[in-house]
Ligand binder design. Structure first.
Ligand code: HEC
Length: 126
């Protein structure tokens, strides 16, 4: 094997590397100031997208008429518990905390989980 191929070219000396590093740093810090905060336009809404999922997968247990568990039947309840909801529906299906409880309902599909995530990203509009 020709070791010379692996060695750095001569112009890539330590001072040259330092210069390069400083230049790159300067570039990236001046770019940062120009980058505007990208705002996410919400496309996922509780009434239209989220409530139907909760009804299909989390009722009746979390819907108070018959459910004994923490109600998840309102916008406020789902919004306030969204982190725990997201965590539980993504647990391994044989995990104790997995929801829907003991697989009594079909697990959420990847698309449904994505809807929940997009809803959070859009600041959880009603
Ligand atoms: C068959 C009934 C049943 C279904 C369907 C069900 N759960 Fe549960 N859920 C339970 C039980 C029982 C508990 C308490 C045990 C525990 O905390 O793991 C619970 C607990 C929870 C908790 C913790 C707060 C609490 O009430 O103790 C959350 C959050 C939750 N479930 C979310 C969901 C979501 C989201 C769905 C739908 C995707 C769902 N559950 C579907 C029965 C159910």
């Amino acid at each position: 094997m020709n070791l010379q191929l692996l060695a750095a070219p001569r112009w890539l000396s330590l001072p040259a590397l330092l210069c390069l590093a400083l230049t790159l740093q300067f570039c990236s810090s001046s770019k940062k100031a120009a980058t505007a905060e990208a705002s996410v336009t919400p496309t996922v809404f509780y009434a239209k997208d989220i409530k139907p999922i909760m009804l299909a997968k989390c009722a009746p247990c979390h819907f108070p008429e018959t459910g004994k568990k923490m109600p998840l039947d309102t916008y406020e309840a789902v919004r306030d518990n969204i982190q725990d909801i997201l965590r539980r529906v993504q647990l391994p299906q044989d995990h104790m905390g997995f929801m829907p409880f003991k697989n009594k309902k079909e697990p959420l599909t990847a698309a449904e989980i994505q809807l929940l995530k997009d809803w959070v990203a859009g600041q959880m509009p009603g």
